[in-house]
Design a protein around this ligand. Structure first.
Ligand SMILES: Cc1ncc(COP(=O)(O)O)c(C=O)c1O
Length: 425
């Protein structure tokens, strides 16, 4: 086949050249108003996309578009090969033992729901305990509450300490013989806290529990190796890691995936169908009913090439440095209080804060007039807001293309916000 992709054969590491990286992201040249350049600090919600990913989408629709796994014609064979090559890239990226353990879903939310339906509904019984934490995103809370209401499982929360880290002493008491599943975020989207999986996973494993990790915030920003972590399921979304929206990943150990029933029924996920019954295709097809999001999966593969070329260690190092700078810079802005751990080694590039006397939504709106895009609200983590006793926070979140100049712009704009509202002295 003529479209064999040289990028599949190995990754050549590129130096972490910020100016060159920024040139790959056309949107970073945008002005929000004449003379007001965009400072994009809402990366925990979604990342921007490099030209390589945008071009791959166009190239797929222009040159290869066809449905996959169904045709003998050239385009269908090409599309299938590109789609499966993307699956292999994802597997390598997280060090999955088998490419077939990678399931394409729509996003992290769907991946978590898939496990709640196809694994937990089959294998958990009344009284079994599912342990999550107080710092989860709603997508790792609501499916378990729904399961609790439907099946009578017990849902237990590892509490958050005032500094935004998890109470590990409490975790040691909560994770016990009745724990059948630990489903835990690796990094909080509301506070940036990096969760010590190296402590929590062995606690759960010692009880024979299955471990699911919500990697929506960790996989885009840190090296993640599912074998080294010794976990069973991992969920993440392409759109937070330079890829398109509408494509996500569930990785699971083959033995668990094999034992699970399908999530959705329909085309492509069956082996045979008669009027009476159906039998299931092998994993991963068993979990990919209907026409999948072929183009976005392929472009996600290109996003992974991009991250691989930089190296996730370098991405983490850059973001740690930016976060460290931002923690110090923002702490100097009168009236700013930062939530979560103050040590950049303990957090990802997410900083939630409040500004004395100004509602977070007002902060967001005034910053927008300065071109600075941040997120305000509860960040789909209302239990964190309850624990902090605030209705909402302002949140700046960084990615591999952000600069210290942009942090300075955030800080000086916050000073403007204070002046505008006549707030902190
Ligand atoms: C920690 C965490 N989990 C889950 C999600 C849900 O991701 P998605 O909306 O892509 O399904 C998010 C999104 O912000 C997140 O930050």
């Amino acid at each position: 086949m003529t479209i064999a992709n040289p990028r599949d054969t190995g990754v050549q590491r590129l130096p972490f050249d910020l100016a060159r990286i920024r040139r790959d992201f056309p949107i970073l040249k945008r002005e929000i108003a004449p003379g007001v350049p965009l400072v994009y600090l809402d990366n925990a919600a979604t990342s921007q996309k490099p030209v390589q990913v945008i071009a791959e989408l166009t190239r797929f629709y222009r040159d290869h578009n066809a449905n996959i796994h169904r045709g003998v014609h050239t385009l269908s064979v090409e599309s299938t090969e590109l789609y499966e090559a993307a699956r292999a890239k994802v597997a390598r990226f997280i060090n999955a033992p088998k490419t077939e353990e990678i399931i394409f879903t729509r996003n992290t939310t769907e991946s978590l729901n898939l496990v709640a339906h196809a694994w937990a509904r089959k294998f958990l019984h009344e009284g079994d305990e599912v342990v999550i934490s107080e710092i989860e995103h709603h997508s790792n809370i609501v499916p378990w509450q729904m399961l609790r209401d439907a099946r009578g499982i017990v849902l237990r929360y590892i509490p958050m300490l005032p500094d935004g880290t998890l109470d590990l002493d409490a975790a040691r008491k909560i994770i016990g013989p009745r724990t059948k599943l630990l489903s835990i975020t690796a990094m909080s989207n509301a506070l940036g806290t990096i969760v010590p999986l190296e402590v929590l996973v062995p606690l759960a494993k010692a009880q024979g529990a299955v471990v699911m990790v919500d990697g929506a915030q960790s996989v885009p920003h840190l090296p993640v190796d599912v074998q080294a972590l010794d976990i069973d399921f991992l969920a993440f979304s392409a759109h937070k890691m330079l890829g398109p929206t509408g494509i996500g990943i569930l990785w699971g150990k083959m033995a668990l995936l094999d034992a699970m029933d399908p999530f959705l029924g329909g085309g492509d996920m069956i082996l045979t169908v008669s009027m009476e019954r159906s039998t299931w295709a092998d994993v991963p097809a068993k979990f990919e009913a209907g026409t999948p999001n072929v183009a976005d999966a392929i472009a996600f593969g290109t996003a992974i090439d991009y991250l691989d070329a930089l190296g996730m260690d370098a991405v983490r190092e850059h973001e740690r440095d930016i976060t460290d700078y931002a923690l110090r810079r923002l702490a100097d802005v009168p009236g700013v209080s930062i939530f979560g751990p103050m040590d950049a080694d303990l957090r990802g590039g997410v900083i939630s804060f409040e500004l004395e006397g100004v509602h977070p939504h007002d902060i967001g709106q005034v910053l927008d007039t300065h071109g600075v895009a941040i997120r305000t609200g509860h960040h789909c983590a209302q239990p964190v807001m309850l624990a902090l006793n605030v209705p909402a926070t302002a949140r700046a979140s960084f990615y591999l293309y952000n600069t210290t100049d942009e942090v300075d712009k955030l800080a000086t704009s916050l000073e403007e916000v204070t002046r505008f509202f006549g707030g902190a002295r």
